[in-house]
Design a protein around this ligand. Structure first.
Ligand code: AMP
Length: 425
């Protein structure tokens, strides 16, 4: 089969790496890819934000299946446009992708289907914002309604701070473009968990769970990022908890979407907070997460291509996935300054040696490859992902490779997985 992957991050490199293991794969294309992906797939120019340019690539190269990595093309309706032209594509339609692209849609949907989530209010004006703030006690979470690449969530300590953030989102001062709506939320406390399922519109089967590290600084401090690392182990959730999450969150979401005429196919990422009141949904994402996917896919022993085809063809069933009982850990190496401003074009050394480490994959995110040298080209640069029977060994294996990689002003968190190890000590 000929497969086209869309995207250019660590998630897409992990998808390419895993798809290459499929015995049914004949040719792998990627638009636009990155320095690491270009060594494993044919990279073609194109802009994931421009559906016309992606359609042109698909018409020219006629892939059997297109796999979409990032949320933006999904929210712009790439699945609708490809399907209308008879091109097979993996992921939800534009309407179904609203579960991620509109936080107010997601909250109202969860309320209609009794899916546990934080108390909330949707505000479309400063006046509504002021009135709604009176209903909450601090801290208050203030969210932009639309996609904001991790920058649209503010945890406000005081009502003044919440009001300033809400007004800043509504008038566009905070994100550059005004948000038509903001969502206020009760601030939940607990451990976060990424619970992903694969759906064919009717059924949902779970992937192994993972935990992300969103903040830039050690000890979960500083601003939110796209994700600075992740780990996955069977110890994160036991079988009864998986069943609970399927029955109270994933399945009601899938059947709820179908009952509202927005059948949801693809990966549904449930971002959860495990609170003293039980698990609650913080957000839905309509695709694989990044960097959780890196940690999850190195544990997948079954054929990813078969799973993707099952989602498209409506035959998702128990037993589709087989997993290694190993734990995994992905440490993201970023450019110094990220998530603020940072420099690019720095030569990266140590990658050839790193590639020889057993049970470690170095997934590329913001890199380019020129004349035998890799250069940095983004905020998140690499995701060093290791596997081992015990989480502590996966963590130390990942860090031992991270320490052999060098570029000017590189930055990484030194505590990925540390909280899980401490809580078990
Ligand atoms: P979201 O994009 O909605 O997942 O929010 C990004 C991050 O903000 C989450 O991963 C949490 O760390 C935090 N967050 C979002 N909503 C809440 C909430 N209601 N209570 C506490 N933290 C939250």
């Amino acid at each position: 089969m000929k497969i086209l992957v869309i995207g250019n991050g660590g998630r897409e490199h992990a998808l390419v790496w895993k798809l290459r293991q499929s015995p049914r794969l004949a040719q792998l294309l990627c638009v636009p890819g990155n320095g690491g992906i270009c060594r494993e797939a044919t990279c073609l120019p194109g802009d994931p934000r421009n559906i016309e340019s992606l359609l042109a690539v698909a018409h020219q190269h006629q892939p059997d299946i297109t796999v979409v990595g990032p949320e933006l093309p999904l929210s712009l309706g790439i699945v609708d446009e490809f399907s209308r032209r008879g091109l097979r594509i993996f992921g939800p339609t534009q309407k179904a992708a609203q579960l991620e692209s509109s936080k107010s849609f997601a909250k109202e949907f969860m309320q209609r289907h009794n899916i546990p989530t934080a108390h909330y209010a949707v505000c479309s004006s400063e006046d509504e914002l002021r009135k709604s703030l009176g209903l909450f006690s601090t801290p208050i979470v203030v969210k932009a309604d639309g996609l904001a690449a991790g920058k649209g969530v503010i945890i406000a300590r005081t009502k003044e701070e919440a009001s300033t953030a809400g007004i800043g989102l509504l008038n566009g001062k905070l994100l550059g473009t005004p948000s038509a709506k903001v969502v206020l939320e009760e601030c939940l406390e607990g451990d976060e968990l990424s619970f992903l399922v694969l759906s064919d519109g009717e059924r949902a089967v779970p992937l192994v769970a993972a935990q992300d590290h969103k903040r830039i600084g050690e000890g979960d401090t500083g601003p939110n990022t796209g994700g600075m690392g992740a780990y996955s182990t069977d110890k994160l959730v036991d079988a009864p908890m998986v069943e609970w999450l399927l029955n109270h969150i994933a399945r009601p979401a899938i059947t709820g979407m179908k009952s509202e005429g927005m059948e949801y196919r693809g990966v549904l990422y449930c971002g959860l907070m495990i609170t003293p009141r039980g698990p609650m949904v913080l957000e839905f994402n309509c695709r694989f997460g990044d960097p959780e996917t890196q940690a999850v896919l190195v544990r997948m022993e079954s054929d990813l291509l078969e799973a993707i085809e099952a989602s498209i063809e409506g035959r998702v069933s128990e037993g589709l996935f087989h997993w290694s009982s190993d734990a995994s850990c992905c440490v993201v190496i970023a450019s110094g300054g990220y998530p603020g401003s940072f420099l690019t074009g720095k030569a990266i050394s140590g990658l050839n040696r790193a590639a020889q480490s057993p049970n470690v994959q170095v997934f590329h995110a913001g890199t380019t490859y020129r004349d035998g040298i890799y250069y940095t080209s983004g905020g998140r640069v690499l995701g060093v992902t290791a596997r081992a029977p015990r989480l502590e060994d996966a963590v130390s294996r990942a860090y031992s490779v991270v320490e052999t990689i060098r570029f000017e002003e590189m930055y990484y968190r030194k505590d990925i997985g540390a909280r899980a190890l401490k809580s078990r000590a």
